[in-house]
Design a binder for this molecule. Structure first.
Ligand SMILES: Cc1cc2nc3c(=O)[nH]c(=O)nc-3n(C[C@H](O)[C@H](O)[C@H](O)COP(=O)(O)OP(=O)(O)OC[C@H]3O[C@@H](n4cnc5c(N)ncnc54)[C@H](O)[C@@H]3O)c2cc1C
Length: 467
């Protein structure tokens, strides 16, 4: 069994198949595992994530994967999400004593950056999602609508759109509301905020991302498999409608009974020859799937400037500030040394920043940090780094689901994995792991073995379970 790609999709497929007793040989082009959710060491010795990654309580498959590879204890979960606007007004999202779907009522009522009219309009839309259990009638039509259109139909106030829906959804889905399929947006609120009390809890890695995958290699090797780094696949050999082998540099060819291609969709499109596209039409449409960017800005200050583990900013370019020094705690890997503090800022759907010079982005974000964190005004910025990921995720554009192929293909021995394959989820770590588990199930199914790896969603609880 060969897996190509050592991101979360390839790793989860590889680990699942190894557990099922298969000898897995994984090939990754880079010198480290984790794909887009990874970390590396900068020339000056600092460990940085390519960007801060977070998970939510409703991401049941990612949680299962971390447990399988011994990393569950490296994720810290938080019950309280803090929001702050430029005037210093704050709001929280935190479950109170009431059962779902009313568990957020207290913190929502006290949310200072929203007016009463904003809150009324949000409550109406939430009720709509609740009644329809996340599947409002206008989501089931053949022509997909954007999230902005869905919100306009529900007469959401400009304040509610800008300071609530946009804030949550641009971060969760990495796309602007007018370019997001409403199905994804509504699903976020149903699964994370309405159906149960714990789906919204935010999990943040307490170690650099690459350390979450330490156990994967061992899991695969324990069953006689191998993990090969710096091994890009250059071509796929096809014979009689089945994969015959994969080619590497220097003319090396590797063969197996089954192949899971767990590459980003752009890389898969490059490998899919005309012959392959004809056999599997799902691979002929990959170029139509768009991408959206995320920018991470890393600041190292000479002193502590922030106490909270993270904060969401409203009405600014900067969307999140993560206090990496506090999050890493005792596992600090050289980041935020001695008394200083290391912060990471995240800007999703950062189209406007792609062409901006690095220094301009640093100046803009530093100004916003000074405004949000008074302690930073006196502090010295020791160094800063900007990491732009132009193709961070696939864009959840309206109708994109029709372009996402299944994990099982019409080509003999070829299986697909990757956040962009048909999982029902947007481009997230959870979506990637789901795809890996689904690909592993498909491989086994083809071999006549019925085995399930996919974990169920969190069940609705409280009054939501009565619906
Ligand atoms: C900046 C940023 C921030 C994000 N934030 C979050 C977040 O907070 N929460 C969240 O859930 N998700 C987040 N995501 C999305 C998440 O990282 C991805 O959805 C997920 O990691 C995708 O995993 P994957 O395995 O499908 O693809 P990838 O991680 O892209 O893995 C594909 C692998 O294939 C390898 N590869 C490519 N071509 C070849 C080849 N020819 N031969 C061999 N190997 C090859 C690549 O090197 C890579 O390792 C973020 C993404 C980015 C970029």
């Amino acid at each position: 069994m060969i897996v190509i790609g050592g991101g979360l999709a390839g790793l989860s497929a590889g680990v699942a198949l190894a557990e099922a007793g298969w000898r897995v040989r994984l090939f990754e082009q880079r010198p480290f595992l984790g794909g887009r959710a990874t970390s590396y060491v900068l020339p000056d010795g600092e460990h940085v994530d390519n960007c801060q990654h977070v998970t939510l309580g409703c991401c049941t498959n990612l949680e299962d994967f971390y447990r399988r590879v011994g990393s569950a204890g490296k994720i810290k979960f938080f019950d309280r999400l803090l929001f702050q606007d430029p005037r210093g007004r704050t709001g929280e999202m935190q479950a109170g004593l009431l059962p779902a779907p009313f568990h957020m009522t207290g913190s929502f009522a006290a949310f200072a950056p929203l007016t009463l009219a904003d809150k009324r309009s949000i409550a109406r839309a939430m009720l709509d999602i609740l009644r329809a259990k996340g599947r409002t009638a206008d989501l089931g039509t053949p022509v997909a609508i954007s999230m902005l259109e869905w919100l306009k139909r529900r007469k959401q106030t400009p304040g509610a759109i800008e300071r609530f829906w946009r804030v949550v959804l641009v971060s969760a889905l990495d796309e602007e509301l007018d370019r997001t399929d409403a199905r994804f947006g509504v699903d976020v609120f149903w699964k994370a905020f309405l159906s149960n009390r714990t789906g919204y809890r935010m999990g943040v890695p307490a170690v650099p991302l690459a350390e979450l995958y330490d156990g994967c290699k061992a899991e695969i090797e324990k069953r006689g498999g191998e993990v090969n780094l710096r091994m890009p696949v250059r071509a796929i050999q096809l014979e009689n409608g089945a994969v015959k082998g994969v080619e590497f540099d220097g003319g090396r060819v590797e063969t197996a009974d089954a192949y899971v291609f767990a590459l980003p969709h752009q890389a898969m499109a490059e490998l899919a020859s005309e012959d392959i596209r004809q056999h599997e039409p799902g691979l002929a449409r990959l170029e139509q799937i768009g991408v959206s960017p995320i920018t991470g800005v890393h600041f190292w200050f000479d002193r502590e400037v922030m106490r909270e583990p993270f904060v969401t900013l409203l009405d600014t370019t900067t969307q999140w500030i993560f206090n990496k020094t506090a999050l890493y705690g005792s596992s600090n890997n050289g980041s935020g040394k001695e008394q200083g503090q290391y912060l990471q800022l995240v800007i999703s759907a950062s189209y406007d920043l792609l062409q901006k010079p690095r220094q301009e982005i640093i100046d803009l974000c530093l100004k916003e940090v000074h405004q949000a964190l008074p302690g930073a005004r006196e502090a010295k910025l020791l160094k800063a780094t900007v990491i732009k990921e132009a193709a961070a995720t696939f864009s959840p554009q309206p109708g994109v689901d029709s372009l996402r192929p299944k994990q099982e293909t019409a080509i003999g021995g070829m299986f697909l994995a990757g956040d962009w394959t048909d999982t029902g989820w947007p481009a997230t770590m959870e979506g990637a792991v789901r795809s890996g588990y689904l690909a592993a199930e498909a491989v086994l199914r083809k071999a006549g073995i019925a085995k399930k790896f996919l974990q169920p969603d969190l069940p609705p609880d409280g009054f939501s379970s009565w619906l």
